[in-house]
Ligand binder design. Structure first.
Ligand code: UD1
Ligand code: CA
Length: 448
């Protein structure tokens, strides 16, 4: 698509009352401006250029490799776009301008708007929508159905304030025409800023046509200027996400209390119960059940898994695993097929092979556990000596007695057994029994 975009993201975002630059505040788990870039990628634009200024390093840290120009001082949206003039001086194609704080725009809408713009042959097309309460947005002033100006809230008189058609902050126009008009704007207004919106009046005066592309769903153009609007935008994106998952065959018991971030993928017939939080690049297979208060972050889960009230971070869980209630997988853990971990079990940077069971009150860190091994209640790998971390290697078909302390580094051979309550500091040979505890003393008739 022979279309370049300019994305406004240099502003201070004062109304957000935040140290974080506005455009990298997250909406349903994704930085606002990243969400816009994703839509533009789907749209297939030629090049996307950001206008950065306020805390640009922080924004670049989040976005990585992007094309941008710098607006050193934030003198208004018109001044911001001017900063791209040098970069686009030899470009005679079309540009689409977007704001970095309108994260609900869909690529389908932008495509339709652009196609309409091309067909109509007008100088500029503005994306608009109708709000019953248009407060805060620029108003679209029309004469005989033709756009003649955009008037900002602060500049609007009582009559203009009543106009319900508002500016979404998205514009399509020819690059040369845009910069010609921008050369003529000034800052003689309430805010003392160079308003991009003033190009409309200028073009109309020059006899050019400006049209509005009116969007029916006004929620899509929501501009995020405050934390209230941030929550509103997140809610809308969450609803969209939930809807698309259900359409793909996922069962959400109560979508209104389910928090699934933008990039999460879930297979069909998986059931997600209320209060579940799924974040980041999490992938869940088919036919799973994720129950009550579970939180899963950046993890990959297979099929037919049952998780109850548990936390999983940056880990892999294979088919038919059962987990919880109240289990915790910390980063770099891998539970292979049919593993079961139960109440109050914490696993960190460990691999549990096929069929391993650790039912209760256990900590396994920096450990590998061979297939079909049983880990008794209260078992702990003592993997840290206060300075360094050490590995524990447990073989196949091992029986670790309850309350075993495995002082790492230590190896337990295949089919070995440890006696309950033992502190194991030395390697245990395959098939051996290791017991480390004092003999039980019995004093008869001890109590009178
Ligand atoms: C702007 C529009 C308004 C429209 C609304 C839609 C103007 C003058 N007004 O108002 O008509 O209804 O968006 O949401 O354009 N920015 C810069 N440099 C600056 C100032 C702003 O890059 O010097 C960026 C901001 O980071 C932001 C975007 O421009 O991403 C919009 O700025 P904002 O202050 O939010 O404008 P609004 O008052 O919402
Ligand atoms: Ca705004």
């Amino acid at each position: 698509m022979k279309l370049k975009t300019l994305i406004l993201a240099a502003g201070k975002g004062t109304r957000m009352k935040s140290d974080l630059p506005k455009v990298i505040h997250k909406v349903n788990g994704i930085p606002m401006v990243k969400k816009i870039l994703n839509e533009l990628e789907t749209l297939g634009t030629e090049e996307n250029i950001l206008i950065l200024g306020h805390k640009k390093e922080e924004i670049l840290n989040v976005l990585g490799d992007v094309k941008y120009v710098v607006q050193k001082e934030q003198l208004g949206t018109g001044h911001a776009i001017m900063q791209a003039k040098d970069l686009l001086k030899d470009y005679d194609g079309d540009v689409m301008i977007l704001c970095g704080d309108t994260p609900l725009l869909k690529h389908e809408t932008l495509k339709e708007m652009y196609e309409t713009h091309k067909k109509s042959g007008v100088a500029t097309t503005i994306l608009t929508s109708i709000y019953e309460n248009p407060f805060g947005y620029g108003r679209i002033v029309k004469d005989n159905n033709k756009v003649i100006a955009i008037v900002e809230e602060k500049e609007a008189d009582e009559e203009t304030k009543k106009i319900k058609e508002v500016n979404a902050g998205v514009y399509c126009c020819n690059a040369k025409d845009l910069f010609n008009a921008l050369d003529k704007i000034d800052n003689n207004n309430e805010k003392g800023e160079y308003y991009l919106t003033d190009i409309v009046g200028i073009q109309v005066k020059e006899g050019k046509n400006v049209a509005s592309f009116v969007l029916e769903d006004n929620r899509e153009i929501l501009g995020v200027n405050s934390k209230v609007e941030l929550a509103e935008a997140s809610k809308i994106l969450r609803e969209r996400k939930n809807l698309s998952l259900m359409e793909e065959g996922v069962i959400l018991i109560d979508p209104s209390s389910t928090y699934i971030e933008e990039s999460v993928k879930i297979g069909k017939d998986t059931v997600i119960y209320p209060t579940v939080i799924l974040q980041g690049n999490t992938v869940i297979g088919e036919n799973c059940e994720i129950i009550g208060c579970s939180r899963i972050i950046d993890s990959t889960l297979g099929n037919n898994i049952r998780i109850e009230s548990s936390v999983i971070e940056e880990s892999i869980v294979d088919d038919k695993v059962t987990m919880g209630p109240f289990a915790h997988l910390r980063p770099k853990s891998h539970l292979k097929e049919k593993v079961h971990i139960g109440n109050f079990v914490e696993i960190k940077k460990s691999t549990l092979e096929y069929g391993v069971k650790a039912g209760h009150l256990t900590y396994l860190g920096n450990a590998t556990v061979g297939r079909d091994t049983n880990i008794g209640a209260g078992t702990i790998t003592c993997n840290y000596d206060g300075v360094n971390k050490f590995d524990t290697v447990i073989g196949e078909n091992v029986f670790i007695g309850s309350d075993t302390m495995l002082v790492a580094p230590v190896n337990i051979g295949d089919k070995a057994i440890t006696g309950a309550g033992s502190v194991i500091t030395k390697d245990v040979a395959p098939k051996a029994l290791a017991v480390e505890r004092n003999k039980q003393i019995i004093k008869f008739e001890w109590r009178k």
